[in-house]
Design a protein around this ligand. Structure first.
Ligand code: URA
Length: 199
């Protein structure tokens, strides 16, 4: 189902001339205020850190697919608004889509937004990346069905949305900006790992 929320909406950045060699996709969770203002993913503070780290890893962002699991900017940037527990969904009279598996211990994607996962699948099928960077727990779940970014980051996992592609989960840049600057070298190493798997 497709949501009709009235929330700001930001499309994926898709290279006009897809590269023949390196084929990398970078997926975040949902656009923030600056992304909604400019209509492009990852152009705010998180985007600047992402750009710097991609450059340090030798990755040309302009040649990558860049997008978010959810193209809507939720109020207050609360990604939790895309999910609900069975109890909360029932109380609020909303449907959940259990086909995508649990998010965390007890949440499920709301049926109003599960079409975003179908859209993500279609975008990946058409760009055909070999490797996909999952920035944080939301894209890690969407792309692999697995939960737990701290245990999963820096690993190489199969992508449930695109047969043959691998997913490299890493930190969301906003996590690093929120006082975890010591994790920057790890973030860089994860991006280098993804680049090495994308060629
Ligand atoms: N955070 C995200 O997850 N995506 C963006 O596009 C910007 C910030």
């Amino acid at each position: 189902m497709t949501a009709t929320t009235g929330w700001p909406f930001v499309e994926f950045q898709i290279p006009a001339d897809p590269p023949a060699g390196l084929r990398l996709a970078i997926i975040g969770e949902a656009p923030g205020a600056e992304e909604a203002r400019q209509g492009r993913p990852f152009v705010g503070r998180s985007g600047r850190l992402l750009d710097e780290t991609l450059a340090a890893a030798g990755i040309d962002r302009a040649r990558c697919l860049v997008g978010n699991v959810f193209r809507y900017q939720p109020p207050g940037n609360k990604v939790g608004l895309f999910f609900a527990s069975r109890t909360r969904a029932k109380k609020e009279g909303r449907a959940i889509d259990e086909r995508w598996g649990p998010f965390g211990t007890s949440d499920w994607v709301l049926a109003d937004f599960s079409g975003e996962l179908d859209h993500l699948r279609q975008a990946l099928e058409s760009f055909a990346p070999t490797a996909i960077v999952a920035l944080g727990r939301t894209p890690t779940w969407a792309l692999t069905g697995q939960n737990g970014i701290m245990q999963l980051r820096g690993t190489v996992l199969p992508c449930r949305l695109l047969a043959g592609a691998v997913v490299v989960p890493t930190f969301h840049p906003s996590y690093i900006l929120r006082g975890q600057l010591a994790e920057q070298p790890t973030f860089l190493a994860d991006l280098k790992l993804a680049a090495a798997r994308s060629g």
